[in-house]
Design a protein around this ligand. Structure first.
Ligand code: NAP
Length: 402
């Protein structure tokens, strides 16, 4: 019965999609993949049915095939998926309260209705199907995107996204390389541009400090800031020094050699600090900013999701608002701005980043590549090791179908 409802529902929802039939004039038929998405109801994917450690990851050939329900949606055939430390945290249930609220704002569904969940926050692939209102993309376009954590992820053959979350992929990158960028790029863009107020026109010679420069966000942020003409100081471990200098860092401070606040406070003060590490940095880092000049400290390590997981949505948000407001005020009277940065999906931001990538100002930093069958190994590796860039999973070999 359920499957009959599903098929009827699919037939109805197909009317929201403008995926052409093979007889439609002007239809660009791709040679590289099948266009029969409408006839399918299942697809291969890695899913989890509860939160936990690596053993909750389960491969299935019968994950639900995505269906266009809004006219601005697109279905993307996934060639490569990028993984982030955030996927490891989400596997354990981090952020579950907030993401459930985003999926089901009226709280109609039962707790646990989000399962099965598919992880993977980055995708590079090809547009398979477009909703009726989608103007900017056509079937067969090569695209990349950062996937919001409340949506099904890219460890699957197909993923559904809003067209405004998607962008055309850089021509100079393979799908595997492209999948290493969108989530960290969108997070960095949100932190530095939306929250930090930086742009390519106001960055020249600004002094930027990146705490934790050798991971996913840090390696992207160094390159973006150098492309915009800033002077970049980075903290990382000693064995990452050559690596971050290779990405353009002007000055590197080794946090494993002792408290970094001492060498950093001997330097000229900064216009902006991006904190990817958290911990006790807030205690000393704001003293490194130029006071009364609009200088900002933007941290990506915030208690927002822990608060909502621990206290529930209403109390967690209240607690978060009180915390951030009191910290911002405390620092404002000293002449510096204290801000929290968050990931925000954005196709337009990825469009700008594509230009920088194709101009060779930003390169992907892929630490390791895994096959679709090796997803648990990829998670295991991310949990164990120090990041030196991104972990990428090849879902489909370019030129092949599954
Ligand atoms: N708020 C949001 O929406 C949002 C979104 C995405 C990410 N984030 C957060 O942003 C942070 C960075 O993410 P990521 O993906 O770049 O993580 P990542 O790839 O794990 O990188 C973190 C890096 O920090 C370095 N590190 C660790 N301790 C350090 C210290 N005391 N001082 C300096 N460097 C240190 C490590 O490098 P070494 O090997 O050199 O030690 C590691 O490479 C994470 O905390 C993540 O949770 C937040």
């Amino acid at each position: 019965m359920a499957s009959v409802r599903h098929l009827v529902c699919r037939w109805w929802l197909c009317h929201l999609s403008k995926s052409p039939t093979v007889n439609t004039p002007g239809f660009r038929r791709s040679k590289r993949f099948s266009t029969c998405s409408r006839r399918r109801t299942v697809m291969p994917a890695w899913v989890m049915d509860k939160y936990g450690s690596n053993d909750v990851l389960r491969f299935t050939k019968n994950a639900s095939f995505p269906v266009i329900t809004y006219p601005n949606e697109v279905i993307v055939k996934v060639f490569a998926a990028g993984l982030n430390p955030h996927d490891v945290s989400m596997r354990g249930g981090y952020g579950a309260a907030t993401f459930s609220m985003k999926r089901d704002p009226l709280n109609i569904k039962q707790s646990g209705s989000e399962f099965p969940v598919t992880l993977g926050r980055e995708v590079s692939g090809v547009i398979m199907e477009c909703g009726l209102d989608v103007k900017y993309f056509r079937e067969g376009d090569e695209v990349w995107a950062a996937i919001p954590p409340w949506k099904q992820g890219s460890l699957a053959e197909f993923v559904i996204l809003s067209a405004n979350e998607v962008s055309h992929k850089p021509k100079s990158l393979s799908h595997l390389e492209a999948a290493a960028i969108p989530y960290v790029a969108a997070t960095t863009w949100s932190a530095l541009v939306n929250t930090g107020g930086l742009s390519k026109d106001n960055c020249a010679k600004k002094r930027i400090l990146i705490l934790g420069g050798s991971g996913g966000v840090g390696t992207f942020a160094i390159q973006m800031m150098k492309a915009w003409g800033a002077h970049v100081t980075v903290t990382c471990s000693q064995n990452a020094e050559r690596f971050v200098r290779g990405l353009g860092a002007d000055h590197v401070v080794d946090y494993t050699a002792g408290p970094v606040e001492e060498p950093l406070s001997a330097l000229e003060k900064f216009d902006l600090i991006l904190d990817n590490v958290g911990g006790d940095a807030e205690r000393w880092a704001l003293n490194l900013l130029k006071p009364w000049s609009g200088a900002k400290y933007v941290t990506l390590v915030t208690p927002f999701l822990q608060n909502t997981d621990r206290l529930g949505i209403a109390d967690g948000m209240m607690q978060t608002a009180v915390t951030v407001a009191s910290k911002a005020l405390k620092h404002l009277v000293k002449g510096v701005h204290y801000r929290w940065g968050f990931f925000a999906p954005s196709g337009p931001a990825l469009d700008e980043i594509r230009e920088m990538v194709d101009a060779r100002q930003i390169r992907p930093v892929v630490e390791e590549t895994f096959d679709f069958s090796q997803v648990p190994q990829a998670f295991e590796k991310m949990e164990k090791g120090h990041a030196r860039g991104k972990t990428v999973v090849q879902i489909i070999k370019e030129g092949n179908d599954l």
